[in-house]
Design a binder for this molecule. Structure first.
Ligand SMILES: *Cc1c(COP(=O)(O)O)cnc(C)c1O
Length: 240
């Protein structure tokens, strides 16, 4: 069964309205303002047509997890006012091709990557905003830096002035359900609060990117400033 263009457009508008509404309620429940939380719409499941509909529906901040897919989509959609964020692993040999198309890399996971980003951003004379990805759940299969490795990296940042670390990002563990996800989001916020007291001057760690389709309300209640939403935006849009 394929879904007609009009049906896709309608679904995407509805899904986005729903997500915004749930986000606003979660923000209010925790005494925050909804506009303190940005939605990164993760478009890795969909093609160009769906992305165009999403942008028309009012989404400007989009994320992709794989660099090659990001390059292809950014090229094909260069006529649209999209702000692209990379949310997945970046290899150092893909830095040069990635920097021209992204406004932020949410998933920086090593000092060597920071070094490579700094060198390329310096060459371009344009600093790159990033988040450090933290493996807060401690699951072996998870990506990101162990929490105890963040502080030593922060201490190195003055050597890399073209990399602007604006905060932390995490994916909640796959097991343990919503309660565990919530504890991990709280743990990321606590880690951030502690690290703020030891940051080099000028590093503020204002951003917390946490929460996906299944757990973003808990993340907002625990202080997320960025949520990364994929599947909830495309319900009823993809065949099957
Ligand atoms: C796919 C992906 C998301 C979105 O996941 P959904 O559960 O579909 O909302 C968020 N963050 C990252 C890093 C992803 O790869």
């Amino acid at each position: 069964m394929t879904v007609s263009f009009d049906e896709k457009a309608r679904r995407i508008q509805e899904n986005l309205a729903q997500v915004r509404c749930r986000l606003a309620e979660a923000a209010r429940r925790s005494g925050r303002s909804p506009d303190q939380v940005r939605i990164t719409a993760v478009t890795k499941y969909v093609g160009l047509e769906e992305i165009r509909l999403l942008v028309e529906a009012g989404c400007r901040l989009l994320g992709e997890s794989r660099p090659q897919a990001l390059w292809a989509k950014a090229d094909a959609l260069a006529d649209l006012p999209i702000c692209w964020h990379l949310v997945g692993h970046l290899q150092r040999n893909k830095v040069a091709r990635t920097l021209p198309v992204v406004q932020m890399i949410q998933s920086v996971d090593s000092l060597r990557l920071i070094e490579a980003l700094d060198a390329e951003a310096r060459r371009r004379q344009k600093p790159i905003p990033v988040l450090l990805e933290v493996n807060i759940s401690g699951e072996a299969a998870k990506t990101g830096l162990p929490p105890q490795e963040i502080e030593p990296i922060l201490a190195q940042l003055p050597r890399f002035p073209y990399v602007q670390v604006q905060g932390l990002m995490t994916l909640a563990g796959l097991e343990g359900g919503l309660d565990r996800a919530r504890r991990e989001f709280a743990a990321l916020r606590n880690l951030r609060d502690r690290l703020r007291t030891v940051c080099p001057e000028g590093v503020r760690l204002d951003e917390l990117s946490m929460g996906m389709s299944g757990d973003f309300e808990a993340a907002v209640e625990e202080g997320a400033t960025i949520v990364r939403i994929g599947s909830a935006l495309f319900e009823g849009v993809l065949p099957g």
